[in-house]
Write a protein that binds this ligand. Structure first.
Ligand SMILES: *[C@@H]1O[C@H](CO)[C@@H](O)[C@H](O)[C@H]1NC(C)=O
Length: 253
């Protein structure tokens, strides 16, 4: 009788301790991630820390559910350009984004963590998107339609990232998730190749030549669509860390 109840209370104690551990155990950043103290040097420290972290994340991280980032697989990018003179619907499917991580460098951070705001400027030498496209509409008044293989390559791109966070609590611990991630692209040059436009090789070659000669005007119209798509991708990836690791564990007080 005594033995049974002693065993029972020991079991209860173990269960209680285990529950306590589960409740209080919070996740840390992936191994090797440098951390920064929120002092006067914080923004500078973050530049080096995140540049190192990006390299560590290149092949993904199973524990955090982060897929390999190089190449980054994207199921679908829908780019709508509704403004004249371009009125176009473009979808890229089964896209592999090459070189984006290994050729990226963060240049500057400006943060206001009290407002959960992080602004960052980066430069990426090469973003090569290879996939299938579907397109219909008009570009510079010319009708354009087709589907086939696509290559959209951005060279020497300045990117501004605006991470807008909001705090939330889990088991009394503060976390921050990103509710918005705004991206703006400023490439030095964009190369496009859409195979099989109009289902006609000669017309397709001519149109591709035209698109590349006028890349600036063409891409300016498509830019907001690409920026929106990448913002959603970056937000989802960032939140895999932000939603699991407490705010004060990421940003040391
Ligand atoms: C995509 O286009 C870029 C720029 O023209 C080129 O350097 C690259 O080799 C192309 N990639 C493929 C897979 O064709």
């Amino acid at each position: 009788m005594f033995r049974v109840s002693a065993t029972a209370s020991l079991l209860l104690l173990i269960v209680a301790v285990a529950q306590e551990l589960i409740v209080t155990a919070t996740q840390d950043l992936p191994e090797g991630f440098p951390k920064c103290k929120r002092d006067a040097n914080f923004d500078k420290c973050l530049v080096d820390a995140v540049n190192k972290a990006i390299v560590l994340l290149k092949d993904g991280n199973k524990e955090f559910g982060i897929p390999p980032l190089e190449p980054l697989s994207v199921k679908k990018l829908v780019i709508d350009a509704g403004n004249a003179p371009i009125n176009l619907r473009q979808a890229l499917k089964n896209v592999k984004v090459h070189d984006m991580i290994s050729t990226s460098k963060i240049l500057r951070y400006r943060t206001d963590l009290d407002k959960h705001l992080i602004i960052c400027e980066s430069r990426t030498d090469r973003i090569e998107m290879i996939g299938e496209y579907e397109m219909s509409g008009r570009i510079l008044l010319l009708p354009i339609t087709g589907h086939g293989k696509a290559n959209v390559t951005l060279v020497n791109t300045k990117i501004e990232h605006r991470l807008i966070g909001e705090p939330f609590e889990k088991d009394g611990v503060k976390y921050m998730r990103l509710k918005d991630y705004r991206v703006s692209f400023d490439p030095k040059r964009v190369y496009v190749n859409f195979e099989n436009l109009f289902n006609d090789k000669t017309l397709s070659d001519g149109m591709n030549r035209f698109l590349n000669e006028n890349w600036d005007t063409v891409f300016n119209e498509l830019k907001p669509g690409y920026a929106k798509s990448f913002g959603l991708i970056f937000r989802e990836l960032s939140n895999k860390l932000f939603e699991k690791v407490p705010f004060d564990t990421i940003f040391l007080s």
